[in-house]
Structures are given as structure tokens and as C-alpha cells.
Design a protein around this ligand. Structure first.
Ligand code: ADP
Ligand code: MG
Length: 255
């Protein structure tokens, strides 16, 4: 059942102390689909993304990625938290790209992309270097592999961050407002890389304010507000014919 889906979330709850941030979130993403998430600031979008790779522990509900329960093992109807090592292994199959690029400033673009695969040590340095070089070429940065982050524009840094996530061969990519920190003229080059990834069949969940991207690339659009999914569906439907007042109000502000 759940293994036909790349991501399945059921009734996810998350609180920080007394603050209930996620109040029963459901999501289903099929392999190869791009799911875009929109919603006002503070509605729980980032928290939900972080729950999907267990950077946040959920208080109730279940999340599966590729048929595997995230962060827990189920035995005899009971849930047992995974050990740190298992969590780390699970997380490696999920790439994440943040608003801030978080590159290592003392490493070149190439070294940034090579770092995680080398640390995990399943491959030779030569193999890792070859793949990292190909990935930087793919994101349009073949001529910048020796540059340090400080010598790159924000858009270039974000493309390095995407290549770095891809270097671990993820089966799922999570993007949390990947273009929000960029100067407007640099947004397009990052969205183009994401479009290319989508075309190539990557499963993606993208929190974004780029409604045009959601409409063009998204297979589904999810509107979150106040810790719940208010509505979801085909992007054209949600954008063109929103069923809820809260969605209409939000869209009137961003469109
Ligand atoms: P969004 O990404 O939609 O803007 P977030 O998921 O970042 O929303 O935040 C949702 C709510 O959870 C906000 O009120 C935020 O202040 C709160 N929150 C997020 N992370 C934490 C945390 N680590 N500790 C306490 N509160 C948090
Ligand atoms: Mg956020």
C-alpha cells in the first residue's frame, strides 16, 4: 500500500512545548512527482519538511519514505525509535536544500560536493570526484568547480548546494524555499536546475513562493495554514479555483 508511494504522511503532529505546529498533516507523493507546498509564514511548512527526514521528531502520526517508516521501527504493533546510525543512513537517501546554502566556506565547490560521499566512504575518491564534476556540470557550474563559496553568487552557491545533495544519490529531494534568499535576477537559474531535475524524474517536495514554478512544474499543490493542509490538488485547480477562503486570501496576496 504505502510502498507505491515515495512519501506518505499520516496525521502528523508536532509540537514545540505548548505550541502545536503541525495538527494532523497528511501527504502522499508518488515516485517522480513534484509536490509544491505554499502557505503563510509560520504555518509549519519547514517543520513538516524537517519531519520527513527526522530532523524533527513527530509527536504522533507516521511518515514513510519509499515504504520505510521514518525514524522508527515497528515491532509487534509498537514503535521503537531508530538508533542514530540508522537515522543517519535513512537521511542519506533524502536530499535537502535550504533557503541558506550552508556550503562549507573553506572548501571549493568541488570539495563541497565531494564531502559527504567521501565521508560515507563507500566509493573511491576518483569515483566521487568524477560524479561531483558531472553534477557541477549538470547545474551549469563546470567552470566554477575550483571556486570557493565566497567567490560565487547566491544563485551559483545554491546550485552547488543542489549538486551536493544529489551527490548522495537521493531518492527524494526536499527544497525549503530554495530561492527566497536570492536576488530576483538569480532566481531563474536555480528554478531551471530544479525543472531539469523534475524532468529527469526526481521525486521532489518543494516549499516555495514561486507560484509560476508550482503551476508549471508541480504535479500537486498543497496549501498549508495553521499547521494543517487546508487544500491540495492539481496546481491549476488550487490556483484557479480555490475552494477555501483561507486559500483565496493567501493567493490574493501572492499572485
Ligand atoms: P513556515 O516554514 O511555514 O514559515 P515553520 O515550520 O518554520 O513555519 O514554523 C512554524 C511555527 O513553529 C512557528 O510559530 C515557529 O516559530 C515555530 N517553530 C519552528 N521551529 C521551532 C523550534 N525549534 N522551537 C520552537 N518553535 C519552533
Ligand atoms: Mg519555512
Amino acid at each position: 500500500m504505502s510502498d507505491e508511494l515515495m512519501v506518505r504522511a499520516e496525521n502528523v503532529h508536532k509540537s514545540f512545548g505548548p505550541l502545536e505546529v503541525l495538527k494532523g498533516v497528511d501527504l502522499a507523493v508518488r515516485p517522480g512527482e513534484v509536490s509544491c507546498v505554499i502557505g503563510p509564514s509560520g504555518s509549519g511548512k519547514s517543520t513538516f519538511l524537517r519531519c520527513i527526514n527526522h530532523l524533527e521528531k513527530i509527536n504522533a502520526g507516521r511518515i514513510w519514505v519509499d515504504g520505510e517508516l521514518v525514524g522508527y521501527r515497528e515491532r509487534g504493533g509498537k514503535l521503537y525509535e531508530m538508533r542514530e546510525k540508522e537515522v543517519a543512513a535513512q537521511r542519506r537517501s533524502i536530499g535537502m536544500v535550504f533557503q541558506r546554502f550552508n556550503l562549507f566556506p573553506h572548501m571549493t565547490a568541488l570539495e563541497n560536493v565531494m564531502e559527504a560521499p567521501l565521508r560515507v566512504r563507500r566509493e573511491s575518491r576518483a569515483e566521487v570526484r568524477e560524479r561531483a564534476t558531472a553534477l557541477l556540470d549538470r547545474v551549469g557550474l563546470a567552470s566554477k568547480i575550483g571556486n570557493y563559496p565566497g567567490q560565487l553568487s547566491g544563485g551559483q552557491q545554491q546550485r552547488v548546494a543542489i549538486a551536493r545533495a544529489l551527490a548522495m544519490r537521493p531518492k527524494l529531494m526536499l527544497f525549503d524555499e530554495p530561492t527566497s534568499a536570492l536576488d530576483p535576477e538569480l532566481v531563474g537559474e536555480v528554478l531551471d536546475v530544479m525543472k531539469d531535475l523534475a524532468r529527469d524524474g526526481m521525486t521532489m517536495i518543494v516549499v516555495t513562493h514561486e507560484i509560476g514554478f508550482a503551476r508549471e512544474v508541480g504535479d500537486s499543490l498543497i496549501f498549508m495554514d495553521g499547521g494543517v493542509v487546508v487544500e491540495s490538488g492539481a496546481p491549476d485547480e488550487v490556483l484557479g479555483n480555490p475552494r477555501h477562503d483561507r486559500t483565496r486570501t493567501f493567493l490574493s496576496k501572492v499572485l
